[in-house]
Design a protein around this ligand. Sequence first.
Ligand code: ADP
Ligand code: MG
Length: 334
Amino acid sequence: MIEFRGVTKRFPDGTVAVDSLDLAVDAGKITVFVGPSGCGKTTSLRMINRMIEPTGGTITVDGRDVTAVDAAELRRGIGYVIQQAGLFPHRTILDNIATVPLLLGWSKAKARARAAELMELVGLDREMAKRYPAQLSGGQQQRVGVARALAADPPILLMDEPFSAVDPVVRESLQDELLRLQSELGKTIVFVTHDIDEAIKLGDKVAVLRVGGVLAQYDEPGQLLARPVDDFVDNFVGRDRGYRGLGFLSSDAIPIGELATVALGDPVPDEDAWVLVVDSERHPQGWLNGAERNGTPTVDPAHLVPGGSLYDIGSGSLRSALDASLSSPSGVGV
Ligand code: ADP
Ligand code: MG
């Protein structure tokens, strides 16, 4: 539904921020642009809503070249959320959220009712309605930013590092909320971050960009982990990081086997082994949430920590097992 075809942005000073980008963003999914600072993420995002004009190639939304659409009309269908929520300091939270509906000519009562509904949707307490932005925490301000961007119910939401300025605990809950929101609303979301963990957690598909604005790989998160196309992606995605949280479990009653770090080349210890893939960096406290049977720790999928996936790998190499689990995710993902 959003398509980049040979899109290039060369700024007047000669900087090429985005170089021949070809990529199709799926409707109703979260697509993440990730890469180091300066790799062209923001520029790519802003070309979608024409805050920046490309110097080459075309971007289409629903088949229409964005440069052929009136910019104001285009932006009505595209919500935009940035790192510092950019709220109006002298308007209450409710009025901040109601801004766009009011601009669209809604009555005050209707716009405020909509704003109240959105506050609930993004998990903001009703009491916040009368407060001013400075009276909210960073995380709460970002929720307001999301609510405001959703006010006119745009099919597309662009998010530029929306959670990067909040502390890690709040960031996790904002990420979880976004996933919940997305499953309820089914928006087409393009999400920019420099944080690979965030990209992997949120993205249905992830575009890894390198400095110079070149697309290195565009894939589902699991594919990025298992099949990085080159050393840049491998290092950026962090194969070591990705597999640090990978352990074997044998099958019967699934007692915990060696939950040590394993490498791709390691032999599979048990024909009926399962493999547990989990981000141990994010969950250093352990992968299992206290499941125990007859004094033996066991794996009940219900007890896997969020972010973990259990895959039946049978025999074969770990690489082939992972590949299989990726093409046919029969594992228990939690
Ligand atoms: P990111 O969001 O990935 O950090 P940006 O898209 O903001 O990267 O920037 C990509 C590159 O383009 C950087 O090298 C940046 O310095 C450059 N750039 C961004 N905006 C301009 C501009 N207005 N003029 C010149 N160079 C720019
Ligand atoms: Mg940026």
